[in-house]
Design a protein around this ligand. Structure first.
Ligand SMILES: Nc1ncnc2c1ncn2[C@@H]1O[C@H](COP(=O)(O)OP(=O)(O)O)[C@@H](O)[C@H]1O
Ligand SMILES: [Mg+2]
Length: 306
């Protein structure tokens, strides 16, 4: 199905994750070509987006744009308006999951467990009493940009001086000591399935930008070496969050299991990295799903909407 469609693989974009997106795009393009789909890659920029989308007459697009503009509902809205089918979550789910504050409201309203939090702006952060240590996060960034662990008021003051301009609002989350996991999901609604859970063990104090993008700075263990019952609980919680947020085709939910054994959701990524070395493809591989098969599954899941 879909072999005769004119498929655009859209990557690049203008967020800080542009380079990863290009790698994801090239890998996906390669996989689609191997499976004999009629796919063409488009490296989009703010300068060429209008012309390339209008000139190519795509029947459907495979979106691999990460971060701001590409994962937050913006580009999804463009394809909605043009009536072009696209892979991945729609405008609302993408915008919800990209916004760390809205995500907290969403988790809380459904009683999905997540670390306790507080919302501050640059003005009130230093006036109010905080319970350190906390993890501070700008409202709408990704890739751990601007994420930092603060041990005391002095750290908070220094942070605001250096990063206060990243956002008008910040999330202050209770720092959770524990182990970090991520669970990939493929499919939509009742058909969505969870892939084997992956443990992320960064060499740094947390999974920061350096640990994410420097080879050797993080150890990935998949399937995670944890009891089956814990792995099932992580999968169930991740699936529940993904389905409730209305996510589609593929995604990844990140969580921390505290030293007390409580699973706490951190976030849902609606457009996770798709390089052959990214988390989701690694998890698929552990489930016996090759990279090419994974790419095809995501595409076919999206084509059900045509
Ligand atoms: N409450 C927390 N306690 C401990 N570590 C955290 C907490 N929140 C985030 N982290 C660490 O920071 C990283 C990035 O946070 P996350 O909320 O996933 O933001 P991003 O969207 O930038 O990935 C996580 O992968 C984890 O290592
Ligand atoms: Mg994250």
């Amino acid at each position: 199905m879909g072999k005769s469609l004119n498929i655009g693989v859209i990557y690049g974009g203008w967020s800080s994750e542009r380079e990863v997106s290009i790698r994801s795009g090239k890998n996906v393009l390669n996989a689609l070509a191997k499976r004999e789909y009629n796919a063409r890659g488009i490296n989009i920029t703010k300068g060429n987006i209008k012309s390339v989308i209008c000139n190519n007459n795509f029947d459907t697009v495979f979106l691999l744009t990460h971060g701001r503009g590409g994962e937050d509902g913006t580009i999804q809205g463009l394809f909605e308006a043009l009536d072009i089918n696209y892979t991945g979550s729609d405008v609302t789910s993408s915008a919800l999951c990209m916004d760390k504050i809205l995500t907290k409201y969403f988790f809380s309203s459904l009683s999905l467990p997540t670390p306790p939090y507080k919302i501050v702006d640059t003005k009130n952060a230093l006036k109010e009493k905080q319970h350190f240590p906390v993890v501070i996060k700008p409202r709408r960034e990704g890739s751990s940009v601007g994420v930092s662990i603060l041990d005391d008021e002095n750290d908070l003051r220094k942070y605001m001086k250096s990063y206060g301009n990243l956002s008008t609002e910040f999330l202050l989350e209770q720092y959770i000591e524990g182990r970090e996991f991520t669970c990939g999901i493929i499919g939509t609604g009742d058909r969505a399935i969870a892939l084997p859970v992956l443990e992320i063990r960064p060499k740094n104090k947390f999974y920061d930008y350096e640990a994410k993008y420097t080879k050797g700075m993080t150890e990935f263990i998949v399937p995670a070496r944890i009891p089956d019952s814990l792995s099932s609980e992580i999968k169930e919680l991740s699936l529940s969050a993904y389905r409730s947020a209305g996510c589609r085709d593929f995604g990844r939910a990140d969580s921390i299991v505290s030293t007390e054994g409580e699973i706490l959701l951190l976030e849902i990524n609606t457009l996770p990295g798709m390089t052959d070395l990214s988390d989701l493809p690694m998890e698929a591989k552990a489930a016996g799903i090759s990279y090419e098969e994974l790419v095809e599954k995501i595409l076919l899941s999206s084509l059900k909407r045509i």
